[in-house]
Design a protein. Structure first.
Length: 285
């Protein structure tokens, strides 16, 4: 039997290796031995390429999803916007009004100076007697007369000069009235009269400093002002007054004089009913 040479053995080994793995053993001197002549080059397995492509695709989709911006918030519909804009505002309830349109039953009050006056009575006064001259009863066109009219207590004469009139209770002219006027002096008359020569009526007759207020105008006292006694003021407020003339003396336009009748005892002139006040209110306006 012939022995095979080492070279022949090497060739056989290379062919075997090519059949198993397609790689060549190194040739002599370290050179690689290529495949046999006419053999197809090795093709990479398809499975490896498909897996790689799938991985790449999955990575791309994930990246795309991560980079995608969030979807914008949906805008409200036109109907919703219109409904919101058209919502009515809350409106306060209207104040109640007088359905008839009638005026207030109480006129706007005015501010007045209030003076109460009265008729003095001789019998309630004392003091030294003083003789009086003047115009006798019934004298026509008399001013500062010189007729003897009698003698009277001094404080009675003081009251007559302050209040304008006093009833005589003794002597020749008892029952008549001693009248005083700053311009024409003393006179004796049959009644105490207002500035229009009308009879004075207690808790009715009033004199006004405002000439624009017509005679006969009715009014009430709402507040007596200050200073004023509460009890005396209550009687004045309860009365039904009427302007019957001007005031006894020239005064401010917003002055009212209220006549309360004859005095009813000593000290009447300093009692609660005799008021001289400011900031009084009446319905005269």
């Amino acid at each position: 039997m012939r022995h095979r040479t080492p070279r022949t053995l090497l060739l056989l080994v290379a062919l075997g290796l090519a059949a198993c793995g397609g790689s060549s053993p190194p040739g002599p001197g370290g050179a690689s031995i290529g495949p046999a002549s006419g053999a197809e080059p090795a093709v990479p397995p398809a499975t490896s390429t498909s897996a790689s492509s799938a991985a790449t695709s999955t990575s791309t989709v994930a990246s795309s999803t991560a980079a995608s911006p969030a979807a914008p918030t949906a805008l409200p519909s036109a109907a919703a916007v219109t409904s919101t804009a058209a919502a009515p505002r809350s409106t306060p309830a209207p104040r109640p009004v007088n359905p008839t349109g009638a005026a207030s039953p109480t006129p706007a009050p005015g501010v007045w100076t209030l003076t109460v006056y009265y008729t003095a009575v001789e019998s309630f006064h004392t003091g030294p007697a003083q003789t009086v001259t003047g115009c006798r009863p019934g004298a026509d066109e008399c001013s500062n007369g010189t007729d003897a009219l009698g003698s009277y207590p001094a404080d009675f004469l003081d009251a007559v000069r302050s209040q304008g009139a006093g009833r005589i209770t003794a002597g020749k002219y008892a029952g008549k009235y001693l009248i005083w006027d700053a311009d024409s002096g003393y006179a004796v008359d049959t009644a105490a009269l207002d500035q229009s020569d009308g009879p004075l009526r207690p808790f009715v007759s009033a004199g006004s400093g405002d000439p624009s207020i017509a005679a006969g105008t009715a009014f009430s006292v709402l507040d007596c002002g200050v200073p004023a006694d509460a009890g005396g003021c209550a009687r004045l407020r309860a009365a039904n007054w009427a302007v019957t003339s001007a005031t006894r003396r020239p005064t401010d336009a917003h002055t009212i004089e209220l006549y309360v009748g004859e005095e009813d005892g000593p000290g009447f002139g300093t009692g609660a009913l005799i008021i001289h006040s400011h900031n009084a209110r009446t319905t005269l306006g």
